[in-house]
Design a protein around this ligand. Structure first.
Ligand code: AMP
Length: 114
């Protein structure tokens, strides 16, 4: 656990969240400021600062996040499709420095990334 990391505190149950999925390695909860009808954050419980910190040593945690995303998408009725985004670093727009994947869906998101 990283001191003062809000997502570590959510993973530890110290800060409440609207949890939608949990397993040994992964927690998923609804974004507090949703940008789409379905907007869920999927995080590894272990602190990884960002996508820039992913390595062979922690790649299994990233795989676990994507396995969770596939399950959550089914549970949330996203059979027509969804988008997964991770913001990384200052220019990438990252505001919480604990690796997280935004799972977005529930409407047509369009072809543009930006
Ligand atoms: P990013 O800007 O990619 O780092 O995304 C951080 C996301 O975390 C934003 O979409 C916020 O709305 C969301 N967020 C921040 N604090 C909370 C919280 N306590 N519970 C749920 N979502 C949060």
């Amino acid at each position: 656990m990283s001191t003062n990391c809000i997502f570590c505190k959510i993973a530890a149950g110290e800060i409440p969240s609207d949890k939608v999925y949990e397993d040994e390695y992964v927690l998923a909860f609804r974004d507090i400021s949703p940008q789409a009808p379905v907007h869920i954050l999927v995080i590894p419980k272990t602190h990884i600062a960002s996508a820039a910190e992913v390595s062979a040593e922690n790649a299994e945690l990233v795989a676990a996040c994507f396995a969770a995303i596939a399950k959550i998408a089914v549970a949330e009725g996203l059979g027509k499709g969804f988008r997964v985004i991770t913001n990384c670093g200052e220019e990438g727009g990252q505001t919480v420095h604990h690796l997280h994947f935004h799972l977005l869906g529930g409407r047509h998101l369009g072809a543009n990334l930006l």
